[in-house]
Design a protein around this ligand. Structure first.
Ligand code: FAD
Length: 404
């Protein structure tokens, strides 16, 4: 079979891969998205900061009007019941001059908006097939699909998820670990208006996070012991609804849980390199951690935005080694800090970690009292390095955070 020529191949049609492929095509790169059909997903994603800007570049946020709920307040409640209970902390977007931190949207709606946009993108072809081979070479890389077709491209972007077959073919090693936790995930209606507030209850088995959806509806990510998660997920819907209302301390009144009830075992992963010859990893192919603080997809979208930006600066050969090294250098700190931050917060909740519980309580207590710390955390949560923008330039220079 003959080999087709393209500039970019994105492997993996999850949210990170599809958005990245659209990002390349919108900037004029001749792109192929290698993406077998994906299963329906009832989860939602809170899109924050630069992710919103990236998706807006090709019209996705506009397409989601009416389907995305603004997040104006994020509230952390210590529900561990321990002696070292931290005070409740509220982060208001208005405190850093924003009307909202971002927007929560069903993954299905985001996926549909991306698909619709793809249909009108002339620089983008979608192949409904799996990549089964990756051979990097001096001048290009060859990707082979399970239908026998082959593509010669300048750059392969692997957005093929946690198990990333392309990462494996490139010989990039990964360290993976598991937490003794499962996330139970579903959407629900509630009697009381959420007023654009997301509340995260920190419990001894992990965070339980309610995130607003349009109307009197929210999504819930409930991190639990795996055995209990199995029991809760099997409850009759009425019983589960009562349990959820209780778990949320009735802040939203009566709730009605909707099917499906999904479960995700929690784990993390770090890779030893984010790039290889003519290869860049994007999304969960390059990093994974538990769904805490709405960071996973946002990190993946920031990867996508960055690889498109660097490729554009190297327009004649976007797969050049130096371009990939610049991408890797630019993404390292963001990925490391999010992976470590989420891991520490999660572990600090688990029983038997007294020093970490103490540190978490002290950190939250400080944030509840000191506006500067709160504002730093809010800016940093939205965009890496942005927290430092509230700090005087001389101090930024001193701590090495001023790259202007
Ligand atoms: C319960 C839960 C809630 C979450 N909430 C949030 C949130 O609010 N905000 C946030 O930012 N993040 C959130 N996340 C994280 C976020 O969902 C993930 O980071 C994101 O979906 C990962 O997207 P991805 O495209 O990198 O990977 P995936 O979605 O795993 O996509 C990988 C794709 O690659 C395809 N693939 C695999 N092998 C091949 C191959 N050989 N050839 C071609 N294709 C292949 C797969 O079919 C799949 O479609 C949450 C995660 C969980 C578990």
């Amino acid at each position: 079979m003959s080999i087709e020529r393209r500039e970019i191949a994105v492997v993996g049609g999850g949210l990170a891969g599809t958005a990245t492929a659209l990002g390349f095509a919108a900037k004029g790169f001749d792109t192929v998205l290698i993406a077998p059909e994906t299963a329906a997903d009832a989860r939602s994603s809170a899109l924050l900061g630069r992710s919103v800007a990236f998706l807006s570049e090709f019209g996705i946020m506009e397409a989601l009007a009416g389907k995305a709920a603004p997040l104006s307040v994020m509230r952390l409640v210590d529900d561990t019941g321990g002696l070292l209970r931290a005070p409740t902390v509220e982060f208001h977007a208005s405190e850093i001059g924003l009307s909202a931190f971002g927007y929560n949207v069903l993954n299905r709606d985001l996926g549909d908006a991306l698909q619709e946009r793809m249909a009108s993108e002339t620089n983008l072809e979608r192949c409904n097939a799996k990549a089964v081979g990756f051979e990097p070479g001096e001048a290009n890389a060859i990707v082979t699909l399970d239908d026998g077709s082959r593509y010669a491209v300048d750059l392969v972007v692997a957005a093929d998820g946690r198990r990333s077959p392309i990462r494996e073919a490139a010989g990039i090693s990964v360290r993976q670990w598991h937490y003794p936790q499962t996330a139970i995930v579903f959407n629900f209606e509630h009697a009381v208006d959420h007023r654009s507030v997301s509340t995260e209850f920190h419990t001894r088995s992990g965070p339980v996070t309610q995130v607003p959806l349009p109307g009197r509806r929210s999504s819930l990510v409930w991190v639990e012991d795996p055995k209990l998660a199995e029991l809760y997920a099997d409850l009759r819907l009425e019983k589960l609804s009562e349990t959820v209302a209780d778990k949320l301390h009735w802040i939203l009144g009566r709730v009605t849980v909707e099917e499906p009830i999904q479960r995700f075992p929690l784990g993390g992963a770090v890779v030893d390199r984010l790039t290889g010859d003519r290869l860049a990893l994007v999304g969960e192919a390059g990093h994974a951690f538990p769904p805490i603080g709405a960071q996973g997809l946002n990190l993946g979208l920031r990867d996508g935005e960055a690889i498109v930006r660097f490729a554009l600066e190297s327009r004649d050969d976007p797969g050049r080694r130096v371009t990939l090294l610049r991408y890797e250098a630019a993404r390292k700190a963001d990925i490391r800090s999010r992976t470590l931050g989420v891991d520490l917060l999660n572990r600090s909740l688990l029983a038997g970690m007294l020093p970490m519980q103490l540190a978490r309580s002290a950190g939250l207590a400080a944030m509840s009292r000191v506006p500067f710390l709160r504002q730093f955390a809010m800016r940093e949560g939205l965009s890496p390095g942005a927290g430092l923008m509230g700090v005087p330039r001389s101090v930024r220079k001193w701590i090495g955070g001023d790259h202007a």
